[in-house]
Design a protein around this ligand. Structure first.
Ligand code: ATP
Ligand code: MG
Length: 768
């Protein structure tokens, strides 16, 4: 037999092999987590090129992240030993962006259009709402931004929205219209717009449509369950009658319905892509039997599934460890201790992933990791390119490019402060709106509106022009350096004190290094690259599109942190699923809306990321939005077959002397538990309140909690979670204890008065 065939099918089971080697007809591979869908997709591309003789040019492959795209390309080249540079592989956004760069004229965009990230988009919408004199309480920017994006995902422009006479809806449409106008004038394209523009381009321009339909004979899509309507329609337009679709997905892992994803797209395939055959894969190659049993048991509680089960012929492995933490710090300590054990054994840091429901949960985990000097990396979440100082520098860079970019103008004009006040900017804005011109133009032409700030504004504009002239022929990294130095950004952050400022300075340096990477890119050539893109535009587009994905360099050794959403498609030997509490996971909103199936799918995604060992934990007390809340274990924990779970209470570990001794290191770590937020909320310290000692007492207190937890009865005969009444603060619940004898105190969460630390000897609490 043909050695190429052997090489490409050797590592596949019969069902996988059938999918990979199928004749060129539409296929849907519908299969559970870890069953090899992504592997099949990759092998399918290699097969098409190496065996079917399809040109890499004729292939369009859509992946879930940019990182996955790079990995796929690398893997394919490895499999068939030929470069596949001319193949289009990327995310929906990345591919749309590429098309718009190639066909900016036809898409009616300026050649140097810039991408507006989510944060800037919301700011711009907010400004539009203000400009239209709408009440921001009734028309909040966040809601309107979400609404506009949802319209775009339905391919609805303002003129498509039917006027039902509803007053509020009319205002929505006004905002949408004005926002579009602003974007047009500033040469900005938001994320949803990238997709919509590219879709319209392919739908409405016959030449372009013909071009791509002739070109893309094979369209392959990973994570198909998370495509939205617009993406689906775009695929249809691109494939036309002759393109062959190969989609892989798992309805049980559909976790983006809140962003418009439609799992029904899987059902529509057979209607819209005639003859689509469904292939199922059920053997899992990723996880141990125990982990799979847990995942299967949990997801079985969902209704309306397309139905599939996973099995493995590997061993059962170890039980899933369940840890009930006292609070989020204890939880993070638990995780860190387990990682330390792992690394002292045969594991590497990068074998461990910590997954959480919301990005905010990473903060405490990071704090404990830093304190224990463990290297870590966050994927997604707080993105490098979204940091304040980075956005400041980028605003200047963008302004150098497009002076009419109002969003960047507003940011740059005020950072660092240069004596141009909010009133001046407001006046400028009003006048610009009246004249229907950009802020830059307004500042140039409307000097009479600037009053005493005229000088400062002129200096600002002269500075931008000067940097532009000076930097014209500089390589990108030097231009970036020039911007950081000449605008005063570096000095500005140097004056700031503390660790934060230091890390900001480091980040600015890092930006210069990042820019250097874009000088080294090969020059664009042929229609497969991104033509007409200078390094700066390329760099800014990258900043917007690939911001959240950090690519670990070779030999990079760090613990992986990410949200469950960002973990989709990935796998790790050891996974920690933290914060598995009702209200957090499943989150409050889904509980209130009686819709927790998507949360359950997310939990299924989390469990199935683990290859060998899974740890699940929840905290009995957790601060959420600055308020301590008593957590109860997530209902998902009850739905996971109990024989797969094993409770772990590493009491000895928590109480070991080293742990307690470490307390001295808790000093100025930047996180302040004393003072304002924590215990004495509201500031009014009643006579019997015990002022919290700040951060230093944390571990001791925690150790005390450990002890108390074993007995569960605290000083004065009170117990954790007990409901009590206080003469002044009213009813509350005991969260924790500290100290003993006369110094014994309890932390009580009062219904109205917030959290208080009370000396039990004087507080005179009544049990309820
Ligand atoms: P997810 O639903 O999480 O995206 P998936 O279905 O895409 O998962 P893959 O990531 O492709 O699954 O594969 C899971 C793991 O199983 C990978 O480590 C992959 O290399 C391995 N694998 C898949 N098929 C085989 C096989 N036939 N033999 C050996 N290992 C396999
Ligand atoms: Mg996959």
């Amino acid at each position: 037999t043909d050695p190429r065939v052997v090489a490409l099918t050797r590592d596949l089971n019969p069902a996988q092999r059938e999918a990979v080697t199928a004749p060129p007809e539409h296929r849907l591979v519908l299969a559970g987590a870890g069953s090899g869908k992504t592997r099949v997709l990759t092998h399918r591309v290699a097969w098409l090129i190496a065996v079917e003789g399809v040109s890499p040019q004729s292939i369009l492959a859509v992946t879930f992240t940019n990182k996955a795209a790079n990995e796929m390309r690398g893997r394919i080249e490895q499999l068939i030993n030929v470069p596949v540079r001319s193949m289009w592989v990327g995310t929906f956004h990345g591919i749309a962006h590429r098309m718009l760069r190639l066909h900016w004229k036809e898409a009616r965009l300026p050649q140097n259009f810039q991408i507006l990230d989510a944060d800037d988009q919301q700011r711009l919408v907010k400004r539009v709402i203000k400009a239209l004199d709408l009440d921001e309480d009734k028309y909040p920017a966040k809601a309107l931004t979400g609404w506009i994006n949802a319209r775009k995902e339905e391919a609805e422009r303002p003129e498509h929205i039917q006027d039902t006479g509803d007053f509020a809806m009319r205002q929505f449409v006004r905002v949408y219209t004005a926002y579009e106008e602003q974007c047009r004038r500033s040469g900005l394209v938001d994320f949803a717009e990238l997709l919509l523009r590219a879709y319209e381009l392919c739908r409405d321009n016959p030449d372009i449509q013909r071009h791509y339909r002739t070109r893309f004979r094979h369209v392959l899509v990973d994570e198909f369950q998370d495509t939205n309507k617009l993406q689906y329609d775009w695929l249809r337009v691109l494939a036309g009658d002759r393109g062959v679709l190969f989609a892989v997905g798992d309805d049980d892992q559909s976790v983006y319905s809140w962003r418009g994803a439609r799992v029904e797209n899987m059902l529509h395939l057979q209607r819209d892509f005639l003859g689509t055959e469904v292939v199922r894969l059920e053997q899992n190659y990723r996880s141990t039997g125990t982990i799979l049993r847990a995942a299967n048991g949990l997801i079985a509680k969902n209704s309306g599934r397309l139905g599939k089960n996973l099995w493995t012929d590997g061993g059962d492995g170890e039980a899933i460890q369940l840890y009930a933490a006292f609070n989020e710090y204890d939880e993070a300590e638990f995780v860190v201790n387990r990682i330390r054990d792992g690394v002292e054994g045969r594991r590497r840091y990068s074998d461990h992933a910590i997954l959480y429901r919301t990005g905010a949960q990473s903060r405490v985990v990071e704090e404990i990791l830093i304190r224990n000097r463990m290297p870590y990396r966050i994927t997604g979440g707080l993105k490098f390119f979204e940091r304040q100082e980075i956005k400041d520098a980028l605003a200047f860079l963008r302004l150098l490019h497009i002076r009419d970019d109002d969003t960047s103008f507003e940011r740059a004009v005020g950072t660092p402060p240069r004596g141009i006040g909010a009133t001046t900017v407001e006046k400028l804005r009003l006048w610009a709106r009246e004249q229907d011109i950009s802020l830059w133009a307004a500042a140039k032409l409307g000097q009479q509106h600037l009053g005493r700030s005229a000088n400062a504004v002129n200096q600002f504009m002269a500075l931008i022009d000067a940097i532009a002239a000076e930097g014209k022929d500089l390589p990108l990294s030097q231009l970036t350096e020039l911007v950081i130095a000449r605008t005063g950004l570096r000095d500005h952050y140097r004056k700031e004190k503390g660790e934060q400022a230091e890390s900001r300075l480091e980040n600015l340096d890092e930006l210069v290094s990042a820019a250097r990477g874009f000088e080294l890119l090969p020059l664009p050539q042929g229609d497969d690259q991104l033509p007409e893109m200078d390094p700066l535009t390329n760099f800014l587009a990258h900043a917007a599109l690939e911001a959240g994905e950090q690519q670990a360099g070779p030999g990079e050794e760090s613990v992986q942190l990410m949200t469950l959403h960002a973990a989709k498609g990935l796998e790790f030997p050891v996974v920690f699923l933290v914060g598995v509490e009702n209200g957090l996971f499943p989150n409050m909103r889904s509980i209130e809306e009686g819709n927790i199936e998507e949360e359950r799918r997310l939990c299924y995604v989390g469990i199935t990321r683990a290859r060998e060992q899974l740890y699940v934990s929840y905290a009995e007390v957790r601060r959420v939005h600055g308020v301590e809340q008593i957590g109860s274990p997530s209902q998902f924990l009850k739905e996971i077959p109990s024989e797969t779970l094993q409770e772990t209470r590493p009491r000895a570990q928590v109480l070991r002397p080293a742990f307690i001794a470490r307390e001295s290191g808790y000093g100025g770590g930047g996180y302040s538990r004393g003072g304002g937020g924590y215990g004495n909320s509201g500031g009014g310290r009643g006579g019997d309140e015990y002022p919290r000692g700040g951060y230093a007492g944390y571990d001791r207190q925690n150790a005390a909690r450990t002890l108390l937890k074993e007995s569960s009865i605290g000083p004065g005969g009170f117990s954790l979670g007990q409901r009590v009444k206080h003469a002044k603060f009213g009813e509350g619940t005991i969260l924790s204890f500290d100290g003993d004898g006369d110094r014994a105190r309890a932390e009580v969460k009062f219904k109205t008065a917030g959290n208080k630390w009370l000396l039990l000897s004087v507080a005179n609490l009544q049990a309820l």
